[in-house]
Write a protein that binds this ligand. Structure first.
Ligand code: BGC
Length: 768
């Protein structure tokens, strides 16, 4: 990831050259002239972002008429959180009639599809299929833009090594290389690959910048304690890659880094993001992140707002810190007019690039909404995509694929739960129409299919209620939601066991509710919730084969399940076509091809757990028992239960030895590492071939393994292919102790295989 240490981006260089010749771009001329007419208040107004009526968080609730009042005063630059074209058109009209008459930008959390929901991002990442990922963002852009949205709060690219953090569901897992490739694919999908925004393309907002996934102990919003070197090597790559792909905006995160919250952190917002990554768009704060710096202990709202602006934050989401205090700070000399102008210009540039000055109603075409959302074509893609996101962890005695003539009992609280297929951050109006696992299996089966709920989520209904209705309880604190469960547990269980006993095979559908992952959903236990594990135990006792289909937003501890279930399919929350996609895999319509992008632990005490860890001076083999004075636990192995990159197929693949085109490489040279992969089973299938490196001796310690390449290939039964990876200095480089991006001389292990553990190795020497 050569982060550009030229202290200037290519675009700013071009601008510099143009201005050096006395020429300005059309955009610059337009914005110069616009800003020369704007009052200071109007400029500050552009820096303010509110949610559409009824923003809610732990800190603030915004009412819609407040937005209208602000709009009339020219004190809003954008609104987010609605896809109601009629209401947005009204907002836009008011914006154009008031203040400087500048159009609003409309944002939205479009995270994994829009009306047609795709699997949660963590699930998407397990496809390792960049073409499908880009296409999913392309479809999401079409659907969102048809709802008037021109700015999406995606991709979420936070690397996370700790499954306790609920927001692990929203990202691409623990690896920065894979995360970087996915970040680029998403940006291209949403924005297109050129500089123009077509009316069905939307501006991205890369989040949460930066290092939010490093929250200590996996507790949301918690502090991040990382060295700059570790941050750059382990976490920053996706943010940098997104900038390279042309991402239009970034969202500053809630957490602190080096003692300064990200939203006022000049090192993050300016030195790194702009001067090194070459980003030249605008940065918006996360929701209320500016006012939260008061609780962080940096000062009052005026102080934190001034610091945020000076550090490089351009737009304030939901804190009213900029709109409420910058005028005063300017009068008192705490910020300069140039600070305000800079931020305002960046926001106007984004609006210009989106074509909003040419036509403020460009994205507000009511006819598109019905035509382009939730189409058959988009749903067909959702099915195709979700099939590639099903990770098969276990398949004893080839219990899968299922025989279409087998009688199936589909049991568990997720068996027929349409809206639980949506996952966190899904806002489709169609979630009740999502295909359930029971529906998918019923369509695919030629035999009798029964279903039963089987259990509550938790034995403690109060806990279940507080998770399920957590958000609603903030909206309507006095509302009563009734009981989460009407039917007693033992009645549910008895029905399930009876149906299971009368079947040939059980598909047990258990896991986490949508609200158990995502924002504000950290856990200290990572097992399948108690009531559901009891259900699994009862099903096991029937003696029928049990296929566990796991709905989850994070890696779980599947210790008991891996011993006792016959097959385990991790399905995440697979979106609109979940049931069809799951059935396609269960019945062998396609072979599963997804592979984990996060390590699945044996015990929560192993967290943070990640494959690309350092060796330590007393390394202990991952799967050997306790040995005093080595780096290990007395009561648990070091290795994960299921490692990064792992996932089974219905076929078998054999990997040949790794060959290098040359054993030595100079710093400006390039070699090719190749491996032959053969499909030795009976199924046509896809396989993701993974390339890892290890720098044997280095001036700073390096991870035991680092992913630096992958390719997903299709192989028919009996077919062989040679997969080649080009390796050059860039492939082997890292940030050294002086934070320079370097490829050091010496030996490197070049490892290729089907996952992060089963690897063939060759040694490459880099020479001066
Ligand atoms: C979340 C962001 C989201 C924003 C706007 C915040 O609470 O952290 O991910 O984009 O809200 O909805």
């Amino acid at each position: 990831m050569k982060i550009n240490h030229l202290k200037i981006s290519l675009l700013s260089l071009a601008c510099l050259l143009l201005s050096g010749c006395g020429q300005k771009s059309e955009m610059d001329k337009f914005i110069d002239s616009l800003m020369s007419e704007m009052t200071l208040e109007q400029k500050i107004g552009q820096l303010n972002l509110h949610s559409a009526g009824g923003f809610v968080s732990a800190l603030r609730v915004t009412e819609d008429d407040e937005n209208v009042q602000l709009l009339r005063k020219g004190e809003l630059g954008g609104i987010y959180g609605t896809g109601n074209v009629e209401a947005m058109t009204e907002y836009q009209k008011i914006a154009l009639e008031s203040g400087a008459g500048i159009p609003l930008i409309f944002g939205m959390d479009v995270i994994h599809g829009h009306q047609t929901t795709f699997p949660i991002p963590l699930g998407i990442s397990t496809s390792w299929n960049l073409d499908l990922i880009e296409k999913s963002a392309r479809i999401a852009a079409k659907e969102a833009s048809a709802c008037g949205i021109n700015w999406v709060f995606s991709p979420m690219v936070d690397i996370c090594r700790d499954a306790r953090w609920g927001r692990i569901a929203e990202g691409s897992g623990e690896d920065p290389y894979l995360g970087g490739e996915i970040a680029k694919a998403m940006v291209y999908g949403y924005q297109g690959r050129d500089d123009e925004f077509a009316v069905d393309e939307v501006m991205t907002c890369v989040k949460h910048y930066a290092l939010y996934g490093g929250a200590e102990a996996g507790r949301d919003y918690n502090s991040v304690f990382l060295s700059r070197q570790e941050a750059l090597n382990g976490y920053m790559r996706p943010y940098a890659e997104a900038a390279k792909a042309g991402a239009g905006s970034y969202m500053s995160s809630f957490n602190e880094f080096e003692g300064i919250p990200a939203s006022a952190n000049k090192y993050l917002l300016t030195d790194l993001l702009r001067d090194s990554f070459g980003f030249d768009g605008f940065v918006v704060s996360d929701a209320t992140a500016v006012v939260e710096m008061v609780a962080h202990g940096l000062g009052d709202l005026q102080e934190v707002s001034a610091r945020a602006l000076q550090a490089g934050l351009d737009m304030d989401m939901n804190s009213d810190g900029f709109v409420g205090t910058l005028r005063k700070s300017l009068d008192e000399g705490r910020v300069s007019e140039a600070d305000i102008d800079r931020a305002c210009r960046r926001i106007l540039e984004a609006k210009y690039k989106l074509g909003l000055f040419d036509d403020p109603f460009r994205y507000l075409d009511p006819s598109r909404q019905a035509e382009q959302n939730w189409t058959e074509e988009n749903r067909a893609f959702a099915r195709e995509f979700a099939r590639e996101c099903q990770v098969l962890l276990k398949n004893d005695n080839s219990v899968l694929p299922l025989d279409r003539n087998a009688r199936v009992a589909v049991i568990g609280p997720f068996a027929d739960a349409a809206s639980e297929m949506a996952g966190c951050w899904a806002s489709s109006n169609h979630s009740n129409e999502f295909v359930t696992i029971y529906e998918g299996i019923s369509e695919a089966s030629a035999a009798k299919v029964t279903k039963a709920e089987g259990s509550w989520i938790f034995n403690d209904p109060e806990m279940e209620e507080s998770i399920k209705y957590g958000l609603m309880k903030i909206f309507a604190p006095n509302m009563s939601f009734g009981k989460v469960h009407e039917t007693p547990k033992n009645v549910l269980l008895a029905e399930a066991v009876a149906k299971a006993a009368a079947s040939d095979v059980i598909v047990a559908c258990v896991g986490e509710l949508n609200n158990m992952s995502g924002e504000g959903a950290s856990r200290t236990e990572l097992t399948i919730p108690d009531a559901q594990r009891e259900l699994l135990m009862a099903l096991k006792k029937t003696g029928k084969p049990v296929v566990l289909v796991l709905t989850t937003g994070r890696p779980l501890v599947l210790d008991w399940e891996s011993e006792n279930m016959d097959a385990i399919l991790v399905s995440w929350a697979s979106g609109a076509e979940a049931g069809h996609a799951i059935a396609d895999v269960l019945y062998g319509e396609v072979s599963p091809s997804a592979k984990l992008t996060t390590s699945f632990p044996r015990s929560v005490g192993q967290e943070p757990l990640y494959y690309n860890h350092k060796n330590t001076g007393r390394p202990h083999p991952d799967y050997e028992p306790y040995r005093k004075f080595t780096s290990c636990y007395t009561d648990e192995l070091n290795g994960p239960l299921f490692p990064f990159g792992f996932g089974l197929s219905y076929t078998s693949f054999e990997y040949g030895p790794v060959t290098l085109s040359k054993d030595e490489m100079s710093h400006d040279g390039e070699i090719v590492a190749s491996v032959e992969v053969a499909n030795t089973g009976n199924f046509d299938a896809k396989e993701t071939v993974q390339l890892y490196i290890h720098d044997v001796y280095s001036t700073s310690t390096r991870p035991a393994k680092e992913l630096r390449g992958f390719e997903k290939i299709s192989l028919k039964a009996g077919e062989k292919k040679t997969v080649e990876f080009r390796i050059n200095a860039e492939t082997l480089s890292y940030y050294n102790h002086s934070l320079e991006w370097v490829c050091e001389t010496g030996d490197y292990e070049i490892m290729i295989g089907p996952d992060s553990e089963r690897l063939e190795k060759a040694v490459l020497t880099v020479v001066d």
